[in-house]
Design a protein around this ligand. Structure first.
Ligand code: TRP
Length: 320
């Protein structure tokens, strides 16, 4: 039976190669295989680690453009945002009653985000957003959630909530599985995790020149002989890995081809591979216009509302 897939992103900046190989590629593949794909622009989640959602309209539009440019089919997918689907948000209330404060406090991803945010205080939303994320996933009864590794603690909370709801009130929700990509985590050009907010990411929307500039700046090491050894040579291996993913080849072979060409040859190959890989994505993006993006989101919001209203009714009935 084809599954229902839900996944999403915070509208805080352009998606990058890490997103592509970590989750976008899986979304496109599953959709082509016939899954009912829901993609969430998680606008309320933006407020977890910052006080205001900066340039929100622009980032929302950018995300939708990123989705369509990588090949998500807008005719079949439901692309929607939190703030447009009240019934989804309403599920958070019963769901909150199903988890303990201790369970929320133990979440390692939330702990990391709290320390990375540099905020003086932790908001209640930061603390409880994994429960909100459970509402994202369960409102449409998704059974598969393509995510990066950092999202696994949230996925556990979603599964816990689904199980506890069903035990307490009767069977309403599937217990969804996470789908991890087999591509390893990409590092940014500074050697830290590739991230929207760190200026170290190769955005899917970057021009060929921006891409080249960013890769030329990337950290490497002094050994001119290029090898793929992620443990001992993380920066060099990361460029090899990016080139290999873009060429759909084995990283050891890509490294062997470069041989003793040094960092300059490695960067040249990486730049060419990334630009070649992004070529069709850029071409699709160039054909999109704002009216189309708005239409896709309106249509997705309408369908998400229908689905959420139906689930909320079921939840109410189960609870009375
Ligand atoms: N927390 C995810 C992130 O920061 C975004 C997200 C929100 C999400 N709701 C979701 C991912 C539901 C998967 C399923 O990237």
């Amino acid at each position: 039976m084809p599954s229902t897939i839900l996944t999403g992103d915070r509208p805080t900046g352009p998606l990058h190669l890490g997103h592509y190989f970590g989750t976008l590629a899986n979304r496109v593949r599953l959709q082509r295989e016939g899954a009912d794909l829901f993609v969430l622009v998680a606008d309320y989640q933006v407020l977890t680690d910052r006080d205001v959602a900066d340039r929100l309209a622009e980032h929302v539009e950018g995300l939708v453009a990123d989705y369509l440019s990588v090949g998500i089919d807008p005719a079949a997918a439901t692309i929607f945002r939190h703030s447009a689907v009240p019934a989804l948000n309403q599920l958070m209330l019963p769901f909150l009653s199903l988890v303990s404060v201790g369970e929320l406090r133990r979440n390692p991803t939330v702990k990391d985000e709290i320390s990375a945010s540099g905020q003086a205080t932790v908001s209640g939303l930061m603390f409880t957003y994994p429960v909100h994320q459970a509402a994202d996933i369960l409102f449409c009864k998704a059974d598969l959630v393509p995510v990066g590794k950092d999202q696994l603690p949230h996925q556990e909370i979603t599964r816990l909530i689904a199980r506890r709801f069903n035990e307490r009130y009767g069977p309403v929700f599937p217990v969804p599985d996470a789908l991890l990509s087999d591509a390893p985590l990409l590092l940014g050009t500074d050697g830290r995790k590739m991230s929207k907010s760190r200026g170290n990411a190769i955005a899917l929307s970057a021009t060929p020149d921006e891409t080249a500039r960013l890769i030329r700046r990337a950290k490497t090491d002094d050994d001119r002989h290029i090898t793929y050894e992620p443990e001992t040579r993380p920066e060099v291996s990361n460029l090899v890995r990016i080139a290999a993913l873009c060429q759909d080849r084995d990283p050891n072979e890509v490294a062997a081809d470069i041989g003793s060409g040094g960092a300059a040859a490695l960067k040249k190959v990486t730049i060419e591979s990334v630009n070649e890989f992004l070529r069709p994505i850029r071409a699709r993006r160039a054909e999109l216009d704002r009216a189309e993006l708005r239409h896709v989101l309106d249509k997705g919001n309408a369908r998400a509302n229908q689905v959420a209203d139906r689930t909320l009714t079921e939840v109410r009935e189960a609870m009375t």
